[in-house]
Design a protein around this ligand. Sequence first.
Ligand code: CO
Ligand code: ZN
Length: 362
Amino acid sequence: MDDFVQLLKKLSEARGPSGFEDEVREVVIKEMEPYVDEVVVDRWGNVIGVKKGASNYRAMVAAHIDEIGLIIDHIEKEGFLRFRPIGGWNEITLVGQRVWVRASDGRWIRGVIGSTPPHVTPSGKERDAPEIKDMFIDIGASSKEEAEKIGVVIGSIAVLDREFAVLNGKVVTGKAFDDRVGVAVMLYTLRQLRDLPVTLYAVATVQEEVGLRGAQIAAEKINPHYAIALDTTIAADVPGVGERLHITKIGKGPAIKVLDGGRGGLFIAHPGLRDHIVKLAREAGIPYQLEVLYGGTTDAMAIAFRREGIPAATISIPTRYVHSPVEVLNVEDAVNASRLLKIVLERTTPDIVDKFLDKKVK
Ligand code: CO
Ligand code: ZN
């Protein structure tokens, strides 16, 4: 358990907004290398760890290494940085935060998202949450020239600055648990895996938050016989939210996805693969929750409809306050997700996989 917490802390604190995942990628490569036969970094930066199994059947596991961030689109003459969101932020979580801005040479510099003090806010407006387009980052520069000298350019990217912390027992908080907890589950599972019936491709994907990009090319390249995405899911088990909209609760086990998606279309997890995962969880006595989430999706959607169709499902880790700097989860759910993934990978033999694939009718 402590090993898992250490791994999650390291991944959570690493800075890796979509498209600029370098720092996380380095951690992943180091953690993967001892446990796989080969590590490949593809053209867009996905890290693919290959662990050979007893057959040429291929299983793909995907967890995304990018986190949502901010991108500088204008520098004010007074030195303040204007920005746009990369991924889905709720603006009320941004005001008053410390950020890291990536300078053009790759250095990270500190900044804060400033706000107008209540003292000078017109009365009646004190409670209005500003829109992202009206916010600004203060890096302590007093002019545009100074900001540029520090290394900020149009297109510089920023992430929130937040330390990992234990709240109580196994409940922890930090930034980017979406999806560093999925990455931690994948890496932690690699440490425990013994002999596999099929060859495993463990993929740390890039640019999930901007449209499931990395998973698409990885799935095309690997063309797996089945795939599992690891990601966070909504746990809205908090005051003011009705039971139906909790989706999942923290501490009640990993979730096995039935359906998710939203504006981009719904995603139905492959029923055969999903039922197989449920069966293995029950047999092993691993707690689990079934999940129907209207809104948001995972790499599984991007993988499932490549090539001739790839049976894909998602194991998710219930997380509160997703896409905020204070995400909260129960480490036990993540460790149970890893136990479940290990069993799925070790027990899904080619004859079981064949049942998910094309069937001859005549
Ligand atoms: Co997300
Ligand atoms: Zn995610």
